[in-house]
Every structure is written in C-alpha cells, then in structure tokens.
Design a protein around this ligand. Structure first.
Ligand code: SPV
Ligand code: MN
Length: 621
C-alpha cells in the first residue's frame, strides 16, 4: 500500500497491515490516492481512537459544544438539509435487469467517470479518516462489515454513535473481499464549513461491487455511507440471496400485566410516525430505521437492527408527545444535534413545547425572526428536518436484545402510511400475500425529509422506494418467497394515524399505543376482529376497553364509526393509483396482481351489497 500525496503514521499503517486483507489495502490505496488528502488517520475499535475522532470534530469546527455535557451541534449547510434523491443513482451495466421506472440509474461507465472526476484531489488540504464498522450485531450471520473513508469528522463521529465498531470484524474476515466500502467527501468548504460545490453533489451506488461514492455533501442521509447508501447495497444483496433488508424499526411490545414481549417490525415513510411508534411509552426499542430479516432455525422470522443508534427527526419532540426522547435530549450524554436553533449554547427546535428565541444561530447562519431566504420565504428558527443522533443504549426503553447475534423473533410487521381521508387507523391482512400487497401499496404525503415540495401524496412501497435497487417485481417476489419459506408467517398490519375531518386530526398522537396493543393482542389470539373488504379491523368493544385501560379515556361508538368506516370510493381511488404505479412493471408475480384484483372485487361487492360508498364497521358484522 503506497499513498502518493498523503502522510500516515507507522502505527496506522500497522493497523491496516494487521488486518491481513489485500483487498482493504487495494481499496485504500486507490481512493486515498484519488482523493489526495494531506493526511490519513486509521481508526480502530479502541476507546482512544474513537475519542480522538470526537475531539477532532470539535477542534475543526464541524461540531460545537453545547451547554449540556456531551452535547454538540452540527450544521449541514443551507443547501444540504435532506436526502438528494435526484443525484443519488444506481450504476447499471447493460447486462443488468431493467430497473423499475421509480429507480434512478446511470450507466456505470459514465457515472464512474463523472464521480472519479469529482473525487480527483477533493480531499486536498484535509485529513481522511479510515473507519471500520459492522452493519448488524458483532459476530452474527446477519451482519456485513463495512469500510468507510471520509474527510468529515462529523460523519465519522455520527457513525460511531449509529453503528457498531468493526475493526475486529475485519480481522475475522481473514482476508475476504466480503465487505462494503464507502468513500465520502464533504468537498470544498465555505467560511461557514458548508459544502461549497453542492451542484456537484453526487451519491453513486455500485450495487454489483458493494461500494458507494458520495461527494460534496454532509446531511447524514447523503453522507453517511452506512445509513441509506448501505441500505441500497444490502437490498441488492438480500434480493439475490434469500433474506430481506428493510427500512424498518424493530420494537418489543409489552402489554401491561402480561409478562411477555412481542417483537414487531415496522416500515413507515419519513414522518409517518415511525420513530414515535417505536418509542411508545412502556415498550422497548431495538431499532428505529433499518432491519435485516432472516429465517431462524425454527422457520420463524428473525430481525436485527443494522444500527445501534437513532438519527431522529427532532421536530415535535416534546415532554407530552415523546417524553422518553425529550428526557434523553435534555440530559447529559453523547449526542449530536443537527440543524436546530442555537442560542447561548442551548438547542431549540420546532414543536418542542416552549416558546423559541427570536434570534440565534441556525442552518442559515445568524438568524432573527422575520429573516427570509432567496425566494422570500421566511426562514424558520430550526429546520423541519433538524435531527438528533444518539446511541440507543442511552434510552431508558432500550431493548436488552439489541446486540443479540440471532436478533429477535418477529411476530408482526406494520406498514404505516399517511393519508387524511382513506385508510382506517389500523387493520390486519388476511394473510402474508395480502400483507405484501398492503406493504406494496403504502402511500404517504411528502415531508421535509426529502428535497422537493411537501404535502403531496406519494407512492412508497414498503417505505423503501427511495432505496430500491432491484426491479419492483423482483422485490415483491422476494417478499412473497421469503414468506413461503417460513413455518409461521408474521401477521401484517397497516396503520394510518393521520385521518382528518374538516382539517382536524381525528386521533390524538398518543392513540397509536392502543392500536399497537390491539395488534399485539391479535398475535396472541386475544381479540376478535371484523372482516371487511380490505382486511380485519378491531371491534368497538376492544377499542373502547383499551382506551379506558390505557388512557382512562371514554371512547365513543360514534368516533369509532367515523374512524373505522370503510370508505369504498376512497379505497377504489387508491387502488386505481396503485394499479397505475404497477402498470408497466415487469415480472409482477401473479399472486400479487391476483390479490390486487381480489381486494377490488371485495370493495365492489360491498358497494353492491350495501348500496353506498361509506360503510360503517357495524354493518360488516
Ligand atoms: C429517512 O428519511 O428515512 C431517515 C433519515 O431515516 S435519512 O438519513 O435522511 O434517510
Ligand atoms: Mn429512514
């Protein structure tokens, strides 16, 4: 291994050579020489090395210390506050199967030429950090070792909170090429430390070779190789093998007085209630974003959290709606805030349950109320996609099985959507294929987590659309096949916390706890259900009793009827949209299209039978 432009200490050279992995050396040599940093630092799993990265981030100004011990803040830059889906592309070769219309691709040769051109000398004047991580628990058949090269100490520090250190995992590779690698550069920085060349922001994903090049960015969804970039590599790998890589939380549901924990995974598009479901008081959180699912020895589904930390949306985290996170964010521990408002070394964010200062420092720089951006729109005190990064072990509801190499047994899967006028708050699939269809028809309203207009209804199968790297037909077939290989299939649910009437939400935010307990009880055969054209919905008595027990709240039959009526017309409209999305997709499994037809027929039959468009639950009994 020879670096032509960069210095490296003998001790750090030794850290690499001790891995006895020629491929690691080859990758480092190639990309370090291409990016040409002044210096290279190799970070092992040792506490010393990890502390050094944290301190470097404060010294070089990528993070600033806040008043509470361990808290720091980082700003991504005003043009880099969310995932850039336009410039994130899958490198494809002519021999690869044609991707779906929803997947952005670029010819591999062209893409590599472009990004290598951007990478040439991009780290001049900077220090590159070389880090080793493990996606998934240490010493686990689920897990994938990952090598990260980055010139951002914020990225390296964030990954330390979010992922397990994997230097020792690389040793265990015994020279194998079986790892992912990620090369990141924030690029040239302006006086505020923001990436200057955002027009040359590129996130290019080479699924065939398990590598990603991500340039001129800092926002974690773009910059952190191990987060959404690695998810794409994992989806590709999983779909060529026999497992699932999903955009899912993993949580343990613990009904009071029943002495059991039932594990759920849940896929929700951004800002559809994913983290807050995983954080419902009284339950255990194992993961909030990405899970790998494999078949267990007994034919059950098992899941691990790929991560060990949370990169969560901070908006609306307040003592009433998210007490556990709020407490975590306001007490001493290692924690990074991003894109919040800072005043006198204290962080502020939207919806935190108190009045915000009228001036301070935020993603736009020095800020005061009334400031506007280039288009004349008001600049909010904190960004809507402002976030916090923290280890799960810092949460009081952390699941003790987080690091189990065989993960946890999954008994139920939730697909969460966001619509104001169609779906009921919770319903259960007839069986696995129908569940796959429910996942495949998730829709949500866009939010601030992706660049573009917010508030538009978008199609987001399995909440994974941004990360798909295989044709949709293949992805769905893989889910069906996975289900068939099981001895016992998990139950599948769909939730929608966002039904509105006259512009007002019909549910309170905390109500999701009741839906969760209902689903958990169903898994154990404790609740009956009403069969409707779309699936099984809860009975009024059970909902009423749960609200009484959990919140000591009276729940009226009238509210239940409004929430759980089947809006046939709206569901048919949704089906039309979903059918439109799948039209032209190659190789859709017949089972899947058959299920779509069956649900349509169910709805049409119900309209014929009841002679109306909105049928209340009692009528199906
Ligand atoms: C999401 O948007 O789904 C996130 C945050 O979890 S990001 O890192 O941007 O993907
Ligand atoms: Mn996510």
């Amino acid at each position: 291994m020879k670096f032509t432009h960069s210095t490296i200490s003998d001790a750090d050279v030794r850290k690499i050579s001790e891995l006895n992995n020629p491929y690691v050396e080859q990758v480092l040599e190639e990309y370090i020489n291409m990016c040409a940093p002044d210096r290279v630092i190799v970070v092992s799993d040792s506490r010393e090395d990890i502390t050094m990265v944290r301190e470097m981030a404060q010294k070089n100004g990528e993070e600033s210390k806040l008043a509470i011990e361990g808290h720091t803040v980082h700003f991504d830059g005003i043009y880099d506050l969310a995932r850039d889906t336009t410039n994130t592309r899958i490198l494809v070769t002519p021999d690869m199967k044609k991707m779906s219309k929803v997947i952005r691709t670029i010819d591999k040769r062209e893409g590599l030429e472009e990004v290598f051109g951007i990478m040439k000398g991009i780290m001049k004047g900077k220090t590159a950090l070389v880090r080793f991580f493990c996606l998934g628990p240490i010493n686990s058949r689920f897990s994938l070792p990952s090598l990260q090269i980055t010139d951002s100490t914020y990225v390296a520090h964030s990954e330390d909170l979010l992922y397990r250190s994997g230097y020792e995992e690389f040793r265990r590779l015994k020279g194998s090429k079986n790892f992912f690698y990620f090369v990141h550069s924030a690029g040239e920085l302006d006086e505020r430390g923001s990436s200057r060349n955002t027009a040359k922001r590129r996130m290019y994903i080479d699924v065939a070779e398990g590598r990603v090049f991500t340039m001129n960015n800092q926002y974690a969804g773009n910059s952190l190789g191990l987060k959404k970039l690695a998810l794409r590599l994992a989806i590709y790998k999983a779909n060529n093998e026999d497992w699932l890589a999903e955009h899912m939380f993993v949580m343990g549901v613990r009904p009071e007085g029943k002495n059991r924990t039932t594990y759920f995974t849940g896929a929700y598009p951004s800002a559809c209630g994913k983290t807050s479901t995983a954080m419902v008081p009284g339950q255990l959180i194992l993961g909030d974003d990405i899970a790998y699912l494999r078949r267990g020895k007994g034919g059950e589904v098992r899941a691990v959290n790929v991560e060990q930390g949370i990169f969560g949306i901070i908006e609306d985290v307040n003592p009433v709606d998210d007490p556990v996170i709020y407490t975590t964010l306001t007490t001493p521990r290692e924690l990074i805030f991003s894109n919040v408002l800072i005043k006198e070394k204290k962080p502020y964010w939207l919806g935190m349950g108190m009045e915000l200062p009228k001036e301070g420092f935020n993603y736009s720089g020095d800020w005061k109320e009334g400031d506007t951006d280039k288009e004349g729109n008001p600049i909010l005190p904190a960004h809507k996609n402002a976030r916090y990064t923290v280890r799960i072990s810092e949460l009081e509801n952390a699941d003790p099985k987080l690091h189990e190499p065989e993960g946890v047994e999954v008994r139920a899967v939730i697909y969460g959507g966001r619509d104001s006028d169609t779906s009921v708050p919770v319903y259960e699939a007839f069986e696995w294929t129908h569940g796959v269809f429910m996942g495949a028809s998730v829709e949500s309203e866009t939010t601030a987590a992706t660049i573009g207009k917010a508030g538009v209804r978008t199609f987001n199968p399995m909440a994974n659309i941004d990360f798909l790297v295989v044709p949709l037909g293949k992805y769905i077939e893989n889910h069906l096949k996975f289900g068939k290989s099981l001895k016992e299939q998990p139950r599948v649910y769909a939730t929608n916390y966002f039904l509105k009437e006259e512009g007002k939400f019909l549910n309170e935010k905390v109500d999701k706890k009741v839906w969760l307990l209902w689903m958990e009880g169903r898994v154990h055969g404790e609740y009956g259900a009403i069969e409707t054209p779309i699936g099984f919905i809860p009975k009024f008595e059970d909902v009423r009793d749960l609200f009484q027990k959990v919140f000591n709240r009276e729940y009226s039959r009238e509210l239940y009827d409004r929430l759980f009526s089947i809006r046939i017309d709206k569901f048919l409209e949704k089906l039309d949209r979903i059918e439109g999305e799948y039209s032209g997709e190659a190789d859709l499994p017949a089972e899947f299209t058959g299920c779509m037809k069956k649900i349509r027929q169910n709805l049409l039959d119900a309209r014929g039978k009841y002679g109306k468009d909105v049928v209340s639950p009692g009528e199906f009994v």
